[in-house]
Design a protein around this ligand. Structure first.
Ligand code: PHE
Length: 342
């Protein structure tokens, strides 16, 4: 076979292979097969070796020009395949600006937290400062230091979750009174927000887990009138001056005298509903003048100092504010419910 015939053969093999290319990598593999060290074109050198000196230059020229032809062809193919692959990658990664945007959900405050914040903002503006007491506490701080004797029937008022080693879950934020009064000399004017726990039957009005805001003020000559004035002012700012409130005498071992405050039920506009037990009123706080025994236990002289205290239920207020008929909704974590509060 002459060198011309072999070149013609290789040319048609090449055009056949080019028709089968599917990627840039295929082009490079073809390049190795034709132009590599042991490639098809290298084999043409056999013709050179076997030829006589007169034919050799012409033959060399033929082989060289074929080599250039193949190189040029493969170069064009490889750059066009490279471009093709790059643009399909861009296509794959491209952003389609006509697609609807992905929705991102913004978090928001739980209605309990919003109510807590509203209450605290008002009380801070009235000169109270915040102190936190522990959720897990001892009998002493939750009961004994608050004038509950060990067999005091009032302990039955509050069904308690007892933990081991003498600890319990506090049943009210009043434990903070004992902590603060023992460690701070009067005057003290403190609000103590926090979680409370009671081993009670769960119903639409009460839960085993709830929040209170305790407030207390101890100084020389703090009077019952100060307490009533403070509660009246606070509740008007919180609920608006048109909201009716009702002060009733009541009993707590750590105050004397004691009282409870009811607010007219907004859920039913005083007509009576499940939330207000058909009375039209909802009890939202207990209060009173701090009992001399509580001051004495904290080593404060009850002859020199007097004080008032209150404990406010945050869940009840939240139910009232939004007309929510059942306290359990607040802890179900149902987004359909929670997303209704801006
Ligand atoms: N600790 C009482 C309760 O949880 C409320 C209260 C606080 C009453 C302070 C009087 C004074 O019911």
């Amino acid at each position: 076979m002459s060198v011309d015939q072999r070149i013609e053969q290789l040319r048609s093999t090449l055009s056949l292979e080019v028709g089968r290319l599917t990627s840039y990598d295929d082009v490079e593999a073809l390049r190795v097969r034709f132009l590599g060290k042991k490639g098809l074109l290298a084999e043409l050198m056999v013709f050179l070796k076997e030829s006589g000196p007169e034919q050799r230059p012409l033959m060399g020229e033929k082989i060289n020009s074929f080599k250039q032809e193949v190189t040029g062809h493969l170069d064009r193919l490889s750059s066009s395949w490279k471009a093709k692959e790059r643009s399909s990658l861009l296509e794959k990664e491209a952003v389609d600006p006509t697609l609807p945007g992905r929705q991102s959900y913004l978090g928001r405050a739980h209605p309990i937290q919003s109510m807590l914040q509203t209450v605290l903002d008002i009380l801070i503006s009235m000169g109270f400062s915040i102190q936190l007491g522990p959720d897990v506490d001892t009998d002493y701080y939750n009961f004994e230091g608050l004038n509950f004797s060990p067999d005091h029937p009032a302990r039955d008022m509050q069904d308690t979750f007892y933990l081991n080693q003498g600890f319990l879950l506090r049943t009210h934020t009043s434990n903070t009174q004992v902590h603060v009064l023992k460690s701070h000399a009067p005057p003290v004017r403190v609000v103590a927000p926090g979680r409370c726990f009671r081993n009670e039957d769960i119903s639409s009005r009460s839960h085993v887990f709830f929040h209170q805001v305790e407030g207390f003020y101890v100084d020389h000559k703090v009077s019952f009138a100060d307490l009533l004035g403070t509660m009246d002012y606070f509740l008007k700012r919180l609920l608006g001056s048109e909201t009716k409130t009702r002060f009733r005498p009541s009993y707590f071992p750590f105050v004397e005298p004691g009282l409870e405050v009811d607010v007219m039920c907004r859920a039913c506009h005083e007509k009576g509903c499940r939330l207000c037990k058909q009375t039209g009123w909802l009890e939202i706080l207990g209060a009173g003048m701090i009992h001399p025994s509580v001051l004495l236990a904290a080593k404060i002289d009850p002859e020199a100092y007097t004080g008032y205290a209150w404990g406010l239920g945050i869940e009840r207020l939240t139910l009232l504010e939004h007309g929510i008929p059942d306290i359990r909704m607040l802890t179900e974590n149902d987004l359909r419910f929670l997303s209704q509060f801006p």
